[in-house]
Design a protein around this ligand. Structure first.
Ligand code: NAP
Length: 265
């Protein structure tokens, strides 16, 4: 279970989108372990129930809500719930992301609906959640927004136009929001994971996790892929007062992949 020396999120209200599985799940548990009240938003109800159960015995708590965060109504509903039940929102983790296997196509073959879906889930959700959460954070005297982008927002590969555009957009949105809300004491940051052992990544190897670990290892100078907890611990640090002078910045958590610069793939 992730914990980070000096992090104490008791009485803090945290929303994590796509919190049912993978990186989001580990992030929900990391914040609950640090004492926070965590609202986990996801589409996968059994996974949501599982993350709630996994938090039993931790000092904080996790509440699950079914929410499609690509829609304004769902995003507003999550923020409204946190305000009504926990008095506000202190930390927003815009983590949700999809990369459907049938989206790996050159742009001219990609259905427009697939482009819209990926951009709406991966990028627009970050805008919508911020639209409703930022005023609430301002009222409370500040907050932290962390966006899960990707190394694929910095360098790209063939066949991932909407995913790469959504992640590049997330990095740009991070800088933009940081400037807009710096005077309101809202810090906005992004994390760029390398390949992380999650259901999303495992879909690419037919849910064969051993194959994912073996195939992914070569791309990362550390010789292995990452674990969801290794992203969650960075989220926890960025949201903590230990990172109090950081905003508008991204952190690569990729086992050294981006250090390869133009050779990263
Ligand atoms: P994951 O294992 O697929 O978990 C994401 C969760 O989000 C799933 O439970 C999914 O439910 C849910 N979700 C999908 N669409 C949603 C929506 N519209 N509203 C609410 N919830 C929704 O993903 P992950 O690998 O942990 O990825 C988390 C983030 O990290 C994403 O932004 C991803 O792009 C980014 N990332 C991941 C990697 C990696 O290697 N894993 C690398 C770089 C960046 P369903 O399964 O039911 O759709």
């Amino acid at each position: 279970m992730v914990n980070f020396a000096g992090t104490d999120f008791r009485d803090k209200s945290v929303i994590v989108t796509g919190g049912g599985k993978g990186i989001g799940r580990a992030t929900c548990l990391a914040f609950a372990n640090a004492g926070a009240k965590v609202l986990c938003a996801d589409l996968d109800d059994p996974a949501g129930a599982d993350v709630v159960a996994a938090a039993s015995g931790l000092s904080g708590e996790i509440v699950y809500q079914h929410a499609d965060v690509s829609t304004a109504a769902a995003c507003k509903g999550l923020v409204d719930w946190a305000v009504a039940n926990w008095g506000g929102v202190d930390v927003l983790i815009n983590n949700v992301g999809i990369q459907p296997l049938n989206s790996y196509l050159p742009a001219h073959e990609l259905p427009e609906e697939m482009w819209d879906r990926i951009i709406n889930v991966n990028l627009k959700s970050g805008f919508l959640m911020t639209k409703y959460a930022a005023p609430v954070m301002t009222e409370r005297g500040g907050g932290v927004i962390i966006n899960t982008a990707s190394v694929q927002g910095l360098q790209s590969a063939k066949g991932i136009a909407p995913y790469a555009a959504s992640k590049g957009g997330m990095l740009s949105l991070t800088r933009q929001l940081a400037l807009e809300y710096a005077a309101d004491n809202i810090r906005v940051l992004a994390v760029n994971p390398g390949t992380i052992e999650t259901p999303l990544a495992a879909a690419g190897t037919g849910n064969d996790y051993e194959k994912l670990r073996q195939e992914g290892a070569a791309a990362h100078p550390m010789g292995r892929i990452g674990k969801p907890e290794e992203i969650a611990s960075v989220m926890l640090f960025l949201a903590s007062d230990s990172a109090s002078f950081m905003t508008g910045e991204f952190v690569n958590v990729d086992g050294g992949m981006m250090a390869k610069g133009a050779w990263a793939e």
